[in-house]
Design a protein around this ligand. Structure first.
Ligand SMILES: NC(=O)c1ccc[n+]([C@@H]2O[C@H](COP(=O)([O-])OP(=O)(O)OC[C@H]3O[C@@H](n4cnc5c(N)ncnc54)[C@H](OP(=O)(O)O)[C@@H]3O)[C@@H](O)[C@H]2O)c1
Length: 280
């Protein structure tokens, strides 16, 4: 378990990723540029970006102005399924917009519904890794059968699977499958977009430590070896979300958070997404 924001976890390919990250979805222009800069100023070292977020130029501005060299950051981006026939071109756009020379990790953002395209995209990603354009090759929203198919075809597992994970939606079987294969779990929507603020079970735990429910949930992720990537545009919350390294949840408290599981997915069905209109 990481003990601070910048402590790293070693991936199956030998590269290292900070055990806590900063999400960049659904914020634009100076708001996200400032948020990225503030996150780094407050100790975050992993920036979670994606072509689909439509804001990489601003994220890149934040990275350029944060005062920390890329060599000390972990810059991750994701390729959208509409570019699975031209992954290199898509990654070159990521580099240009983010103003970096390489990506620390590139993920296939969704499995998509076209298996041939998905496999072709993964193969292109592996070639970009050989060239050093990306350092680590991972996926997001991939299910067990889709991971197995990659392994059958290429004889390796992606080193990351970024999934919707939070107390109401823990994807336990898939998470265990990934752990057994040394596929690092990254939790997106780790605080369920603020949905736990009034949760009574979490409030009871939070009050014992003088923490917020968001902090309890983020601590729960890190104690499970999962990398959470909360997003906020506000400096007070950027700080709050990172201030989770001075308390330890007991086994009973971890179990109480575990008990909130209710198959409460907030995002999309990975077998059906993205729809045709998002493939243009
Ligand atoms: N791979 C994928 O398919 C995928 C899908 C979704 C997201 N992601 C990644 O995961 C990141 C995080 O997920 P997310 O943005 O969906 O959700 P999230 O991080 O769980 O929640 C972000 C929302 O919660 C609010 N918030 C932040 N800190 C808070 C706090 N301490 N208390 C109460 N509310 C708080 C934020 O508002 P303010 O900004 O106003 O503070 C924002 O509206 C994304 O930004 C993106 O990088 C990946």
């Amino acid at each position: 378990m990481v003990q601070n924001l910048s402590e790293k976890i070693t991936l199956a390919d030998g590269n290292q990723i900070p055990g806590f990250g900063f999400g960049c979805y659904n914020s634009f222009g100076d708001e996200i540029a400032d948020a990225v800069r503030m996150a780094v100023e407050n100790g975050y070292r992993y920036i979670d970006s994606a072509t689909f977020y439509g804001n990489e130029d601003a994220v890149g501005k934040g990275i350029a102005e944060c005062g920390v060299d890329h060599s000390e950051l972990f810059v991750l981006s994701k390729t959208w399924p509409n570019a699975y026939d031209k992954v290199e071109q898509s990654v070159m756009n990521n580099l240009k917009n983010l103003r970096v020379e390489y990506l620390d990790a590139m993920l296939l953002h969704w499995p998509g519904t076209d298996e041939t395209a998905r496999l072709h995209a993964f193969e292109q990603g592996l070639r970009l890794k050989e060239k050093g354009v990306i350092r680590s090759m991972g996926v997001s929203n991939f299910q067990m059968d889709q991971l197995e198919r990659l392994y059958e075809e290429f004889g390796i597992w992606p080193v990351i699977n970024e999934l919707e994970l939070h107390p109401n939606y823990q994807q336990r079987e898939l998470a265990a499958f990934c752990r057994e294969r040394n596929i690092q779990l990254i939790a997106y929507s780790p605080i369920a977009r603020g949905a736990y603020v009034d949760n009574q079970e979490l409030l009871a735990i939070a009050s014992r430590y003088g923490k917020s429910t968001a902090q309890v949930v983020l601590r729960w992720h890190t104690q499970k070896g999962i990398i959470p990537i909360p997003k906020s545009s506000h400096e007070n919350r950027i700080r709050e979300n990172a201030d989770i390294f001075d308390f330890v949840l007991t086994d009973d408290e971890l179990a109480a958070v575990d008990a909130l599981e209710c198959n409460g997915r907030m995002g999309q069905d990975p077998y059906k997404f993205p729809p045709a209109e998002l493939m243009k």
